[in-house]
Design a protein around this ligand. Structure first.
Ligand SMILES: NC(=O)c1ccc[n+]([C@@H]2O[C@H](COP(=O)([O-])OP(=O)(O)OC[C@H]3O[C@@H](n4cnc5c(N)ncnc54)[C@H](O)[C@@H]3O)[C@@H](O)[C@H]2O)c1
Ligand SMILES: [Zn+2]
Length: 745
């Protein structure tokens, strides 16, 4: 189940920034979306022909690991920003659920010498994280940008820690100024008094209004360390949004009527006291925002509603008496109560409701009037839910090239990409280029290791340690694993042990790594006495799956990954199994949508299993991922390592496990023939090669050495019941196991 909320929005000239938070499962994440507003040529029945409505074109989407309850432009005056172009927007500050405020630099390039209609096609708008302010201890629920006359900008932030903090904002720097406890409960909104030249939050950057869940609205002198100037206590309801009226003499505040939510499942973590009810009914954090548009024309007022819709009211279209307002307007649980209120008559309307349709799984806003770029609109996100170690898996074409996706998960100033001499020449420069675009990341050295399973060992791991130390990676630095399962497993383990654990990001480039090894946190290197014998459970910050990288993968490697996808079908996802039967040729032809679907379903299956049983506990949920692996391991060892790829050995191993299940009478023979048929279509082996030299004894010898032996009894994953059901058991007739093995030797 998914809930998306528009949490805040702000306008600068013709740029509209919208912050949203999304609940998926039990975790929130967010997105920042920038729109360009232009007068559109089409006229709807809603608006008189003489007054053109606005069209919003989506220019940029930045997904974030945390929800974004609050958003504001902030920065110095243009005069102070000497050298910057007049079109250069100020900084954008985003208050996050985790207590951080991320300040972004907005890059805007206008197309030149173009007609108005072509302009937005030529324009680019980008967001680059500039700095992260980490001083709040809880959700940052309010941010507001102000400005001293002719001088530096100011930023006010307020949070669930009841504090208000003031920051000085220079061109490329944000510094703390003061902090005080402003309310007895969460701060819900902040607004600097007055506006200057039509810019939001001008007016000297001195007086600041704050609203709190303690039902008070307060006015502060921020130069006096937050001395209270005025207090409106006992607001009839909790004030949720503040916006100074045009002449800075009135302060509309809005509130939502108290909502009683029906009883339901327990609230998501971190939202205590607010959410009691079915998750799709949640209305929380900030269900209403009023923001004055900035810019010379003061043309827009943005209103976000708790049903996920956003409205932009074009003030130029309103009759003068409506601008002056006068009476309050009540609509959809929203109360606007005084002079500066805007009547929603003749408005330019922008809606994206219901929210579940407005946002696809990949955090993409599909607004009626917006255009989308393929790289963004086809991105899917799967979440691995592991409490505070949860992380997203992004899946889609072109993701490695997407600005900000990789960089937003890089922590610390230093970052080292580790790859091998096969993948490096193909994709390393792309990754380095993207990292170089972030001003907060120092260009680090990348490390290119020799390719192959033979190098997944301690000496090679040591090379990573040497490079990390000599490039001075510290505890905040990030390792990026760019490659297949070998690189992913080894770099993950390096990250787990370097300085007792640093962050790492998985960028898998083989299908095997995308559907299996990069997900779930098993990291390891091999020892000469056993595969993956030295390792750790260690989760990445995120997994970025760029399906375009599969274009260079050899066919055999592709098929090897398909074996693991078939495995998910057999152990728990009969729908996926049937889908594979219908779409195997498309998958082999590397059709992007087919690849995307198969990878996404695989990641979802693995993420669900890992969330239930991260460390392969006794109950054996995670162990089911080893279907076919015990037989396969014997085959890999028997044939000699490196002869068959892992997925190829698993293919035969699964055939043997299904065969044994049929012999035990636990599944229909039809499941066996469908499995064999599917694997053969993928070009995977379903029998041993001629003269393999394998026999029952060799099988038994390697199988009893296998780590799935507990108390001397070999536990196996076998199918039992309908397609998609399996058991992890030692309660089978050993003679049937022997009979099965003999049938293949
Ligand atoms: N951690 C886990 O849960 C888990 C699960 C399954 C497998 N594994 C491990 O994963 C490893 C196998 O992974 P793998 O199959 O990805 O092998 P791999 O990493 O060796 O990659 C296979 C080959 O393809 C090359 N390659 C990678 N990406 C490419 C691309 N885009 N284009 C062209 N060539 C490319 C590699 O350099 C290598 O030569 C094993 O070590 C296995 O133990 C781990
Ligand atoms: Zn496997």
């Amino acid at each position: 189940m998914q809930t998306v909320q528009i949490c805040d929005l702000c306008v600068y000239d013709d740029l509209v920034a919208v912050a949203s938070s999304r609940l998926e499962g039990k975790t929130w994440d967010g997105a920042l979306t920038l729109y360009l507003a232009t007068p559109s040529s089409t006229t709807t029945a809603d608006t008189p022909p003489s007054s053109p409505p606005l069209t919003l074109t989506r220019m940029h989407v930045q997904s974030t690991t945390y929800g974004i309850p609050a958003l504001a432009w902030c920065g110095a005056t243009q005069a102070a920003c000497n050298g910057s172009s007049p079109h250069e927007p100020p900084l954008l500050a985003a208050g996050q659920d985790n207590g951080d405020v991320v300040v972004y630099k907005v890059g805007r390039k206008k197309g030149e010498n173009l007609q108005n209609s072509d302009r937005e096609a030529e324009e680019t708008v980008t967001l680059v994280p500039l700095t992260t302010l980490t001083d709040h201890d809880d959700i940052v629920s309010a941010v507001a940008g102000g400005r001293e006359e002719g001088g530096d900008g100011k930023l006010a932030t307020g949070g669930w820690d009841c504090l208000v903090k003031i920051w000085r904002v220079g061109m490329d720097i944000v510094q703390p100024m003061s902090s005080w406890q402003a309310h007895r409960d969460h701060v819900t909104d902040l607004a600097w008094r007055g506006r200057e030249g039509g810019r939001e939050g001008g007016g000297g950057g001195r007086e600041l209004a704050s609203a709190g869940r303690d039902r008070s609205v307060k006015l502060w002198d921020t130069r006096m360390e937050g001395e209270s100037l005025r207090l409106v206590d006992a607001h009839p309801q909790i004030p949720l949004a503040l916006a100074w009226g045009g002449n800075a003499s009135s302060l509309p505040s809005s509130s939502s009527p108290p909502t009683t939510l029906p009883p339901g499942p327990s609230p998501p973590p971190g939202l205590d006291g607010v959410a009691e009810g079915p998750l799709e009914k949640l209305t929380l954090i900030s269900n209403l925002n009023l923001k004055w548009g900035a810019g010379e024309g003061e043309w827009a007022l943005c209103v976000g509603f708790d049903d996920g819709s956003v409205e932009v009211l074009d003030l130029r279209l309103l009759p003068p008496e409506a601008k002056r307002g006068g009476q309050g307007v009540r609509r959809r649980g929203v109360e606007r109560s005084n002079e500066a209120s805007i009547l929603p008559s003749q408005r330019t309307f922008l809606t994206c409701s219901p929210p579940s349709h407005a946002f696809s799984r990949g955090q993409v806003i599909m607004m009626a009037s917006s255009t989308s770029t393929s790289a963004v609109s086809t991105m899917e996100t799967v979440h691995v839910s592991l409490g505070d170690r949860s992380y997203p898996i992004y899946i889609g074409p072109g993701l490695l090239k997407q600005p900000n996706l990789l960089t937003q998960h890089v922590t610390g100033k230093r970052c080292m990409v580790v790859t091998n001499d096969r993948v490096g020449p193909l994709y390393l420069s792309t990754a380095e280029h993207i990292l170089a675009q972030s001003p907060s990341i120092q260009p680090g050295d990348s490390l290119v290791l020799p390719d192959g399973e033979a190098y997944k060992d301690m000496p090679t791991l040591n090379l990573i340690m040497d490079a990390a130390l000599s490039t001075k990676l510290d505890r905040k630095s990030t390792l990026v694993a760019l490659g297949g399962g070998v690189i992913g497993d080894m770099v993950g383990f390096a990250a787990a042990i370097y300085q007792r654990g640093i962050n790492f990001i998985q960028v898998p480039t083989t299908l095997m790594a995308m559907v299996d090894s990069a997900v779930g946190g098993k990291t390891a290197v091999n020892h000469k006495l056993g595969k993956n014998m030295i390792g750790a459970f260690y989760q990445p910050q995120c997994v970025i799956i760029d399906t375009d990288t599969l274009s260079t993968l050899p066919d055999r490697e592709l098929a090897s990954g398909i074996a693991e996808i078939v495995k998910y079908g057999l152990i728990r996802d009969p729908e996926l199994f049937c889908w594979l039967e219908d779409n195997m040729e498309k998958l082999l032809a590397r059709e992007p949508t087919a690849l995307g679907h198969a990878i996404k379903r695989s990641c979802e299956n693995k993420a669900e299993i890992v969330a239930l049983d991260e460390r392969e506990g006794e109950a054996g949920i995670r162990a089911t991922l080893n279907l076919g692996h015990t037989f396969g391991h014997a085959v890999e060892t028997g044939l000699g390592y490196g002869k068959w790829l892992h997925g190829e050995a698993v293919s035969l191993g699964m055939v043997m496990a299904v065969d044994m299940s049929v012999r035990l009478g636990w599944v229909d023979r039809e499941v066996y023939s469908r499995t064999v048929g599917l694997l053969q279509r993928a070009g995977l082996p379903v029998a041993l090669p001629e003269e393999s030299g394998m026999d029952l004894e060799k099988f038994e010898a390697t199988m009893s050495l296998d780590k799935k032996v507990s108390d001397g009894v070999l536990r196996l994953i076998l199918l039992k019941g309908a397609l998609g059901q399996c058991v992890f058991t030692s309660a089978y007739d050993v003679e049937v196991l022997r009979e099965t093995i003999r049938a293949y030797c």
